[in-house]
Design a protein. Structure first.
Length: 187
């Protein structure tokens, strides 16, 4: 059990039978009455958000979570398949359960998979991935406004805003946290 007085931002807890991430934890000690912890929780399985206040003498469960370093193998259109390089064990995660992350996964990418009760529930990508541009409109001559961008489709199907000078067939670095262009590779 985890006492609510130990709550910190970023901790994972088990509450009402689910896995929750503490997004905020404010410890409040009113002049009169009992101290409490006002929290914002995010469910790591279904994405729900919850705001709740706990009395300072309460406790919540400690979740059975672990992370494993794995490598992406392939996508069958509905799921991505991953392999633990140490044991050779393979798992799959549905694309609909990780829509933001799936748009930047490519074969051979090293990722970290979060398991809750031995079931994969989350994925952490590297901060940056290098992706090939498969389609990009050419920049219009004379359109030299500072900071102008255009959409480019990368090998994973994601659309990234890139500067006008970037074209088809180039490899770019993409920030997986924001989906932002991070520069050209091989230059």
């Amino acid at each position: 059990m985890i006492p609510v007085n130990d709550f910190r931002k970023g901790m994972r807890v088990e509450y009402e039978g689910g896995l929750w991430l503490i997004a905020e934890a404010n410890h409040v000690k009113p002049g009169k009455g009992v101290a409490f912890v006002k929290t914002k929780l995010k469910n790591l399985i279904d994405g729900r958000n919850l705001e709740i206040s706990f009395r300072s003498n309460e406790s919540v469960g400690e979740p059975n979570v672990n992370e494993a370093k794995m490598q992406s193998l392939y996508s069958d259109g509905e799921s991505w398949h991953f392999m633990d390089q140490a044991s050779g064990e393979q798992i799959q995660m549905r694309i609909e359960d990780m829509p933001e992350e799936a748009q930047f996964i490519k074969e051979g990418l090293d990722v970290s998979i979060l398991f809750y009760n031995d079931r994969p529930v989350g994925i952490t990508l590297p901060n940056f991935v290098d992706l090939l541009i498969t389609y990009c409109e050419p920049g219009v001559k004379g359109d030299t406004a500072q900071g102008a961008t255009k959409p480019a489709t990368v090998e994973t199907g994601a659309i990234v805003q890139v500067p006008l000078f970037v074209g088809d067939g180039e490899i770019i670095r993409v920030d997986t946290r924001t989906g932002a262009y991070g520069g050209r590779q091989g230059r």
